[in-house]
Design a protein around this ligand. Structure first.
Ligand code: GLN
Length: 202
């Protein structure tokens, strides 16, 4: 395949533009995915941060939830940040009762897990496989990972402080997820990792 894969960003709701920019900097072609036709065109898909309850509602309304699950089941690489991690988790605590997910990563996550007092914060993290220095991670009403299945690779945990040991980045085959927002920092190393995953699985 060409060295610049075509990667979509699910554009129902959330931080679409920032992900498009990061993907292009990381060497991909990038388009916003609004429809089934768009979804069928891409070789990988980013599920952005935002609000997973709203994203779920719009995906159902637009008839995209089943096609997204089908695309995932046939091996389309996906990267979810924050709300996107929630969308890709197999088990979600503190979800709305009518909330639907794409699923695929054998993890249990808890929505809004860091609590009200720490709605958003920044933290330098060691992330496996990205090389170099620590990654500047921005967390905004973020989920955390409470359980991981045996197929899941843990890429990052919080190193110190009251939340030490909390899992905040995982990969399972072509599926990548972070509790935080790499699209907001200008550091494209996690997007570059996803571009590599897409190349590898295409
Ligand atoms: N709390 C949001 C949710 O449950 C996620 C927040 C985010 O994506 N920044 O979907």
């Amino acid at each position: 395949m060409s060295s610049a894969p075509l990667i979509g960003v699910l554009a129902l709701q959330g931080g679409v533009r920032e992900h498009l920019g990061s993907l292009v900097h990381a060497g991909a072609h990038a388009i916003a995915v609004h429809s089934l036709e768009d979804l069928e065109a891409v070789q990988g898909l980013v599920i952005p941060g935002g609000e997973s309850t709203v994203m779920s509602k719009l995906a159902i309304q637009d008839g995209l939830i089943e096609p997204l699950r089908a695309a995932r089941a046939t091996g389309l690489p996906m990267f979810g940040s924050c709300a996107g991690m929630i969308m890709l988790a197999n088990r979600v605590s503190d979800a709305r009762e009518d909330q639907e997910f794409i699923g695929g990563i054998d993890i249990a996550v808890r929505r809004n897990a860091f609590g009200r007092q720490v709605d958003s914060f920044e933290m330098d993290l060691e992330v496996q496989g990205i090389g170099g220095t620590a990654f500047p991670a921005v967390f905004i009403r973020a989920p955390w990972v409470e359980e991981v299945g045996s197929e899941v690779q843990i890429l990052s945990t919080i190193a110190a402080g009251p939340r030490a040991g909390t899992i905040v980045a995982v990969q399972q085959g072509p599926l990548l997820a972070t509790s935080f927002h790499p699209e907001l920092t200008g550091d494209i190393r996690i997007h570059a990792t996803f571009v590599e995953i897409v190349r590898q699985y295409a």
